[in-house]
Structure formats: structure tokens, C-alpha cells
Design a protein around this ligand. Sequence first.
Ligand code: GTP
Length: 448
Amino acid sequence: MVLDKLGQSLNNALRKLARASTVDEALVRDVVRDIQRALITSDVNVRLVLELTKKIEKRALEEKPPAGVSKKEHIIKIVYEELTNFLGKEAKPIEIKAKPTILLTVGIQGSGKTTSVAKLARYFQKHGYKVGVVCSDTWRPGAYHQLKQLVEPHGIEVFGNPEEKDAIKLAKEGVEYFRKKGADVIIVDSAGRHKEEKGLIEEMRQISNTINPHEVILVIDGTIGQQAYNQALAFKEATPIGSIIVTKLDGSAKGGGALSAVVATGAPIKFIGVGEKIDDLESFDPKRFVSRLLGLGDIQGLLEKFEELSKEVEFKEEDVEKFLRGKFNLKDMYAQLEAMSKMGPLQQILKMIPGMGYSIPDEMIKVSEARLKKFKVIMDSMTEEELENPEIINYSRIKRIARGSGTTPKDVRELLNQYNQMKKFFKGMDKRKLAKMARKFNVGGFGL
Ligand SMILES: Nc1nc2c(ncn2[C@@H]2O[C@H](COP(=O)(O)OP(=O)(O)OP(=O)(O)O)[C@@H](O)[C@H]2O)c(=O)[nH]1
């Protein structure tokens, strides 16, 4: 995932909070310090980090949680809200209103600009628009071929001429070409290499004045971290930057720095690049991004989901008891899995519980409907004794059960593995946390 390390450290900080028995001032300060450390390690500007964490600390210590909301939950929400504000608050998509909408992309060489142009073209194509790409990079002859290679397999046309030396002329002709062809979106790629940065910015200004783009998109390399601030500012001063794409967030430890630095210039990030392939572009929504980063899922979604949950799923007291003691048998497991499968992907739900998101092994809870059905068939061929005491199921019983259920010994073993895994996991789990989880499943709500 994008910014894995940062997400993990922030999640650890919240876990500390979720695990604590009481929330006092010392704990709040401790958690805030952890958040500070996580952000600074991710190259976020120290001044920005201090401003942000001061706000979190002040709110966490002073604000009273509304009725029905626990202190821990309230603090988690504050962290979520402040981080979201820090990254620009609202998603700001690129609007395709005029026909054609002309987009000019700029950025220095190596930023991932050419790749991003291709990704953008594909993005708009996937959204149903007819897209044309203009290559006006006269400094790097390879750019035209690179673009063609990236987008032509998807049926997107590129206008360009590697022999032409006049970038402004190329941009103008390209826009005219696609206008006549009835394109909805025309993306113009400009040069990233120049003798000097001044010349690059001047050329960009001239192209911009000639083709009058609806939006100028700056592409910034996410691996440069905080330096993104000066770069964004330099471009912003030269031409009205309407949006920014921060690239290479898939592998960068400094991505947090780049994102926050860009937001600090006041320019909105609209997309992030998350890989080298043409589909590795995500529209940037601070709320969704922070939820994912924290491993919380979407908080609003969480509230709604739990509400639904309390309606749909009823865990009986004694089930929860058994669950907690790791004493449940195959029948119980089936009931639990069935109940959980009703709620949609369980992982998603567990991710929404602070402190849980990173701890559940995927394979343990990925039980597809088809697999559940198979489990049911297998269990129908077991004796009451086996269901209640699965430990007695030896090899000859496995063979008998497989034969009786029309499955294979491997299938039966799979079921037993699932059971053992689940039993072991819940047995080894923090009992208090599990009790809370069980309570949540029972009563709904988001109380910790
Ligand atoms: N991992 C990763 N690599 C990326 C991403 N975006 C671009 N790249 C890689 O970064 C390198 C440079 O990208 P280009 O698209 O050629 O960008 P550029 O150098 O800005 O293009 P020019 O301005 O034409 O010189 C290429 O190897 C890309 O595959 C991304 O989001 N993630």
C-alpha cells in the first residue's frame, strides 16, 4: 500500500490508545508524540508536524466527547479529522465541462510526467471520454515514442513530431488536430528537460498562453519529500497551477513529506501515482486516503456498517463466551463464519476497528460463499461428536467424511485448518480487545 510505513506507525499509535485502560493526559501526550515521530520519519516538515500535533493534542485534551461516544473513539476521530484537514480536506476532481477540455501538464524531467500523461489519458478514457494526447516535448525526442507506446495499445491517439523543434507550434497544432476530431479531453505533455529551469518555465508560460488550457497540471516526484514545496511554489508563481499529481508514492518513504508540502502551497493534489503501469493512478481524496493510511476504513462507513451489523447479526452471549475462551467447536465456527459473511468482506469491517486493521491474517477470514457452502456440505457428513469435538477427527475419519460429502480429504483438511487457525488466533488474542469487538458486534455503534 501507499506509504505503508507511515500508515503502520500511525496505526501503532492509535493501537496504543485503543489498548490503554484509561485515557489520561500522559497517554494523550504519548500518542501525540508517536504521531509526531511517524510524520517526521516520513519527511513531513517539522514545523507543519508541530502545528498539526499541537492541534490534535489541544482538541484531545479539551474537547468533551458527545454523548454515546467514548473518549478513545473521540480522539481517534480528532486524529482522523486533523490529518484529513492537513492533506487538503476535500477531494477536488478535475472537471470536464467544456468540450474539448484542454489540460496542460508540466513538471521537471524524471518527475514521472510522461507516464502520468498516459495514466491521465487512460483515466479519462475509462470514464467514457474521447481523449487525445499531444506531445510538445521537443527536448526529449524519446518522449513521443514513449507516449505512443503507453497509450496506443488502449486506442488513444498521440499527436507529435519528433523532428519539430518549435514546442509552441506543436502544442497549438495538436490541440487543433484533436479539436477537429471531436475529442472531449486533450492532454498536452510539455518538455521536462531544458537547458535551465528558467527556460523551461518560460516555455511552459508561452504554451499556456497559446493553447489556453482549462487546467494546468503539475507533476511532482513524491520521492523528493519536502523539497516538493519549493518546486510547487516555483511553478505556481509562473502559471496558475490548477492541480497536482504526486507520483511514485508506491515505493517512497518520503511521500508524506511530498504530499503535505504540496498542500502547504495551497495547490490541490488531484491524483497520486502509485506504480509504473498505466492504471496506477488514483484520484486523491484526503478523507479516503487518511482512513486507509490509518487502517481505519471510512469512519462514516464504519458507523453505518455497525448499525447494519447490529440489525443483521446476532451473536448470542454464550457464543461470545466460547469465542473468547477459544472453546468453540466446528458448529460454532460455521455459525460465526456465516454471520460474518453476511456483513461483506470481514477484513474491511475489521480494518475499521482501530487497532485491528493490521493484525488479522488475511487467509483466516477470507471465506468465500462457495467455500462456506463446501464447509456446510462437509459438516453434514460429520457425526455430532465430531462437530462438537473436532480434535478426534483423524485420518480415517477425514477419508470417511470426504467420501460421504463428495469432497476430497484435502477439502476436509482445509476446513479443519481454518478451524484450528481461528481457534488459535482467538485464543492468543488480547481478551479485552476481543471482548470489545464482540460487544461491538452485539450492540453496534463505535464505542471502544
Ligand atoms: N514506481 C513508480 N514509478 C513511476 C511512477 N510514475 C512514473 N514512474 C517512473 O518514473 C520514471 C520517469 O518517468 P517518466 O514518465 O519518463 O517521466 P519524465 O522523466 O518526467 O518525463 P519527461 O518529462 O518527458 O522527461 C519512469 O521510469 C517511470 O516508469 C509511479 O507512480 N510509481
